[in-house]
Design a protein around this ligand. Structure first.
Ligand code: ADP
Ligand code: MG
Length: 307
């Protein structure tokens, strides 16, 4: 669906996008996660034909973006990082305007506008001026504007920045609904919780490069980060500790009747608890510290996502 090869974009010699290779499959909600300045918007702007790369290729549905930008524009809808709507127009008139820009036939356009307004839950506000809308409502109109020409792929650049938590949840719901209808979604953000909640496939971007790519499980494996499970027992003998260590093939350390188990918790929890019962151990407390995208990012770059 989207195939990116050796893509580079420099600004005055600074590589904002540095030799990126990436493929995004049909039907995915693809999360592009990275701190501010990573190059996410630059990448999105290249795919959406707003700016040109210096080298490399992008194919959308097999169509070469460099040689056929206009065909590619029809395949993608873009929700830009900065909201772009006319404040003194109503929501409906904004949508009419953007639909005409995309040369959507006017009868089809009116039907689509009404359908999209219903989908984003703003039918009853359609004649109000945009300047009376909240940040979250503007975002939803921006999303509708990106869908008027019925694209296959929706590119969303940090769509929850400046949005209150309630609207944020509405936008998440909307993204999931659109994805179920068959839309492929590319979602950029610097919030790892959003990516963990929404995205099937994740690419972490830093300093113009994709540093890792896959589903959460694959990212965990690639970065070799382990969850930490702490089991506090009433009492555990040295022999029982050794049995534990011999029985499992991951790292186990112990202090004061407490074992620290470095493993994939989801995969191993059952076996660990069963084994404890079998050894007649009494568990006093369980504490878990699961690997997140934050810990993966820290492991791979030595920095926090939100430094
Ligand atoms: P992100 O969206 O991940 O925050 P951007 O793609 O906006 O990152 O920016 C990546 C880097 O490229 C930043 O260092 C930014 O300052 C630089 N940059 C982006 N656009 C331009 C531009 N038009 N001119 C010069 N530098 C730019
Ligand atoms: Mg950006």
């Amino acid at each position: 669906m989207i195939k990116i090869n050796n893509l580079t974009k420099s600004f005055n010699g600074f590589k904002a996008v540095n030799n990126i290779n990436l493929s995004i499959k049909k039907g995915e909600i693809f999360g592009l996660l990275g701190p501010n300045g990573a190059g996410k918007s630059t990448l999105i702007n290249i795919i959406s034909t707003l700016i040109k790369s210096n080298s490399g290729t992008v194919f959308l549905n097999g169509i070469d973006l460099n040689s056929n930008p206009n065909d590619c524009k029809q395949i993608i809808g873009v929700v830009p990082q900065e909201i772009s709507l006319y404040d003194n127009f109503s929501a409906y008139d904004n949508l009419l305007f953007f639909g005409k820009l995309y040369k959507v036939d006017s009868t089809i356009l009116k039907t689509r506008i009404n359908k999209l307004l219903a989908l984003i839950g703003l039918e009853n506000r359609k004649n109000d001026l945009i300047k009376t809308y909240s940040g979250g409502m503007k975002r939803r109109i921006n999303i509708a504007a990106a869908l008027l020409h019925n694209p296959d792929i929706l590119l969303m650049d940090e769509p929850t920045v400046g949005v209150d938590p309630q609207s944020r949840n509405q936008i998440f719901g909307l993204i999931e609904t659109l994805n179920k209808k068959g839309l492929t979604i590319v979602y950029t953000t610097h919030y790892m919780e959003e990516v963990e909640r929404l995205c099937n496939t994740i690419a972490i971007m830093d300093k113009g490069k994709i540093i890792t790519h896959g589903n959460l499980e694959e990212l965990k494996n690639q970065s070799k980060t382990k969850d930490l499970l702490k089991l506090k027992f009433n009492v555990i003998s040295n022999e029982q500790i050794n049995n534990f260590k011999n029985n499992f093939d991951f790292e186990i350390t112990n202090t004061n009747n407490e074992l620290s188990l470095f493993c994939n918790i989801e995969k191993n929890l059952n076996a660990i608890l069963n084994y404890s019962v079998k050894e007649s151990l009494i568990i006093k407390n369980i504490q878990q510290n699961k690997t997140t995208l934050e810990t993966i990012f820290l492991k791979l770059t030595g920095r926090k996502l939100r430094d």
